[in-house]
Design a protein around this ligand. Structure first.
Ligand SMILES: [Fe+2]
Length: 500
């Protein structure tokens, strides 16, 4: 209700802007102005109220109703589960974690020179969680950088094998024959997966899109096709992201006593270094390229697995829909898009440049339409299918006691020196916080759904395109099973925006 009224009173039709054009706008992140995505710090009261009613209250409800359930589950905790090599192989590549598969760098080839046979025709990858070395954990807890070597026979083979784990600053290389040291190292690999998910991979799904969200609200008239297309997908996200990054009650906290904060260190004790590694990149490390807004299909950064194929297939309906909407835009609307892209590029330099104003040539206009449609498809796909599926997979596919947010036994320092006592690796309080955080923040909690979005188009052609779009999404879902691709998230459960 508040959003539908925002900024509309007294405006003429052709100059109707949300919040009278005095709304949110990106600015440098206060914590890492040069290292992380821009943030939107000044938020319209209408969006804060909307978020509180639909999401803030839900946090409170979960805290009080699910808190006792989390406590009950934690009380039943005895020890971390045994994890076989086959189970680790599967967990690393069957879903979201396969996003961390990266090519080996030269330093990695040196590290694993004894494990890689030069005549082997199979493909080798690494999972590199070295940024966790910057984390300064609470007393009695431990972190360790790991680089895991994986191999598969061919690029289409769904089976991978974990060959070795290099652990610690000195890259001690462990193999499956290394007894307790090997077994202990697996928990540190899973710890790296958890932190890399929450602090490098997922932030790039969230935070760069705040800039597009705010600039759309601040520079595009409300009857513009671009506005109609995007606005259903931008609800809740600015306030949510601000609460995560700046809120005193955030799960990423500087207060150890925060009941639902499962992490092993304060936010300012190195956890934020992950954000920087994920966004700014790490020079010379292929696992941490600098963030760039995808301008082509091969820049979508999809893992070479069935999980990546699932996400890729959903991209095509978004692109076709965006192309149809862009094709229907008037010259005046395209002019607004040019300015919109120019503002976004101030904050996200890899966002495409669009040229529509005279004296733009027909070729420049065609190129601009292509780029615009692609950028819109990337945005819509990211904040819906990609975001929702990542949450679903992280929360439900990987059990809570596999997350290893807090490990209380030091990482192995030699091939024979590791001591594995699964009872001592984590405590009940660690599991309690983890269960609660799962319920409150990691599990999907959908308010508005992609398949229920109505764009309010005014022409029959665009209303037909909207129907075709949803039909095409249904067709993608229906075709997954025949090709052996798991339905990682039911289409009807995909949220319309980043709302958790
Ligand atoms: Fe999220």
């Amino acid at each position: 209700m508040f959003l539908s009224l925002a900024g509309k009173a007294g405006s003429s039709r052709s100059k109707k802007f949300l919040y009278d054009r005095k709304g949110p706008w990106p600015q440098p992140s206060p914590r890492h102005p040069l290292g992380t995505a821009p943030e939107v710090l000044h938020l319209p009261w209408q969006e804060k109220v909307d978020w509180q009613l639909h999401i803030g209250l839900r946090y409170m409800r979960d805290l009080f109703l699910y808190g006792p359930v989390a406590a009950f589950r934690a009380l039943g905790f005895r020890e971390l589960p045994t994890i076989s090599d086959a189970e680790l192989n599967d967990a690393l590549v069957r879903g979201l974690y396969s996003r961390f598969l990266a090519p080996l760098d030269e330093v990695d080839r040196q590290t694993f020179s004894a494990q890689i046979d030069p005549s082997d025709t199979g493909l080798h990858y690494k999972m590199d969680f070295s940024p966790i070395a910057s984390v300064d954990p609470y007393r009695g807890m431990h972190v360790a950088p790991t680089v895991t070597l994986l191999r598969r026979a061919t690029k289409d083979d769904p089976e991978f094998e974990v060959k070795a784990i290099a652990i610690g600053d000195d890259r001690l290389v462990l193999e499956p024959t290394d007894g307790d040291s090997w077994e202990l190292a697996k928990y540190y690999v899973l710890q790296g997966c958890s932190y890399a998910t929450l602090f490098t991979e997922h932030p790039n799904v969230h935070f760069p899109f705040d800039t597009i969200n705010a600039v759309t609200k601040g520079s595009i008239p409300t009857d513009h096709l671009l506005f109609r297309l995007l606005i259903p997908h931008f609800r809740f996200s600015l306030v949510l992201d601000n609460a995560v990054l700046q809120g005193d009650a955030s799960v990423i906290s500087n207060f150890r006593a925060t009941i639902y904060d499962p992490f092993t260190a304060k936010a300012d004790a190195g956890l934020m270094a992950f954000f920087v590694a994920g966004y700014k990149g790490l020079e010379g490390n292929s696992a941490y390229p600098a963030y760039r807004f995808a301008a082509s299909r091969d820049q979508l950064r999809l893992p070479p697995t069935r999980y990546g194929e699932f996400l890729r297939r959903y991209f095509e309906p978004f692109l076709e829909f965006s192309q149809t909407v862009v094709a229907a835009m008037t010259d005046e609307e395209l002019g607004y898009c040019q300015e919109w892209a120019r503002w976004i590029r101030v904050w996200i330099p890899t966002f495409p440049e669009l040229t529509f104003h005279p004296p733009a040539s027909p070729q420049e206009k065609d190129l601009g339409r292509d780029r615009l449609a692609f950028a819109l498809a990337v945005t819509l796909w990211d904040v819906t299918v990609v975001h929702s599926t990542d949450h679903e997979n992280f929360a439900t596919d990987i059990p809570v006691d596999w997350k290893c947010f807090r490990l209380r036994e030091p990482a192995p320092a030699s091939k024979t020196g590791g001591v594995l006592d699964r009872k001592k690796l984590s405590r009940k309080v660690d599991l309690f916080k983890s269960h609660l955080a799962h319920r409150m923040f990691f599990a999907p909690t959908t308010v508005t759904r992609l398949m229920e979005v109505e764009y309010g188009f005014e022409t029959d052609a665009l209303r037909e395109a909207e129907n075709d779009f949803k039909e095409a999404l249904r067709t993608v879902e229906a075709g997954l099973a025949a090709d052996g691709i798991p339905n990682y998230l039911a289409l009807d459960d995909v949220a319309a925006s980043i709302q958790y």
